[in-house]
Design a protein around this ligand. Structure first.
Ligand SMILES: C[S@@+](CC[C@H](N)C(=O)[O-])C[C@H]1O[C@@H](n2cnc3c(N)ncnc32)[C@H](O)[C@@H]1O
Length: 311
């Protein structure tokens, strides 16, 4: 049975360790807040990934080869893909994201700038299995930048890569940006910017949940809490109750349910796994990719990688 977003949220918030999937960050406000995060001095991933793509533009295009269809997974504002159009020259561009209105506006803008590329905006949930039977025969390049893969637990990431490798049907590959393990100060600061934009992004998830569920989370009751968990090699983001809080989860057609949180209790909202270069390339090799090319920045903070799906 297909689970609705409402059911999914209900289960995750009433779990022994309450959590909200990070996909709920991205309503219209969340997508805009993420764009602001990418401008922050402390948030190194976006500008570092872009600098790698700029420096190695021709090498990346050569490794990628022909591109019938560029599938941009979690496209957001589509800015990174658009920077590749002149070098990779896709015949078709398919932007996929859960944040529907935001994505549609971004693709409409892009289509005006690149009228010769056939474009579509598709609202889908990438956490579900992906299938593209209509383009099975064509050479597909899956583009997954921004270290979005960091949000997947390691086993889920393995399944995702196996799914993508299989959807290439022996004719395509994966161009991906991955955040690397680095000093803890840099990592912690990137998710605790002094301006508080990441905190606002994290708190906004509760407003989105309220809209979906009809729940009554009050932002004043919660604070942003993020840290690097070295043992798990991941940044964890949580919302922490500032005091004892009672939250009513309710919506039409579902039974009213009240959850009690004690001061200091956490709701886990995001993991962002950090990889080593070798660990990551081994992971995609195991999933069904070979001929792996890697590019990084001088500080080795971020990795851009292209790999062909095995034939
Ligand atoms: C970290 S941002 C990266 C955005 C952009 N690709 C970049 O590199 O700047 C993650 C993007 O993935 C989208 N996203 C998150 N979870 C998703 C899901 N389950 N299904 C589809 N899109 C999702 C978000 O809306 C957002 O645009």
């Amino acid at each position: 049975m297909k689970q609705t977003l409402l059911e999914e949220l209900h289960l995750s918030l009433t779990a022994d360790v309450p959590f909200i999937s990070p996909k709920f960050f991205y309503d219209d406000i969340g997508s805009h807040l993420f764009d602001v995060i990418t401008l922050l001095e402390e948030y190194y991933p976006t500008r570092t990934e872009q600098s790698i793509m700029d420096t190695y533009r021709s090498a990346i295009a050569e490794a990628v080869g022909a591109c019938d269809v560029l599938l941009d997974l979690g496209a957001g504002n589509c800015a990174k893909a658009s920077q590749l159009f002149n070098s990779i020259k896709p015949k078709q561009y398919r932007a996929l994201d859960i944040s529907k209105e935001y994505l549609e506006a971004a693709v409409a803008d892009l289509q005006k700038q690149f009228p010769h590329i056939c474009m579509s905006a598709e609202a889908i949930d990438l956490s579900l299995p992906l299938a593209f039977p209509d383009i099975a025969e064509r050479r597909k390049i899956f583009f997954f930048p921004g270290s979005s893969i960091g949000n997947y637990d390691p086993e889920k990431a393995d399944q995702f890569f196996i799914n993508i490798a299989s959807e290439c049907h022996g004719n395509g590959g994966l161009l991906i940006g991955v955040d690397l393990v680095k000093d803890h100060e840099t990592l912690n600061l990137a998710y605790n910017d002094p301006l508080g934009v990441t905190a606002a992004f994290n708190l906004n998830i509760l407003l989105h949940v309220n809209r979906i569920m009809g729940s009554n989370f009050n932002l004043q009751d919660w604070e942003h809490y993020a840290f690097f968990n070295e043992a798990q090699s991941r940044i964890e983001m949580h919302l922490r109750a500032r005091s004892d809080v009672e939250v009513r989860l309710s919506s039409e057609g579902t039974k009213e349910h009240v959850i009690q949180f004690k001061a200091g209790d956490l709701i886990h909202t995001e993991n962002s796994y950090k990889y080593t270069q070798d660990g990551f390339t081994e992971k995609i090799r195991r999933a069904g990719f070979d001929n792996i090319h890697t590019w990084t920045d001088p500080k080795k903070h971020f990795l851009v990688c292209f790999a062909n799906a095995k034939k």
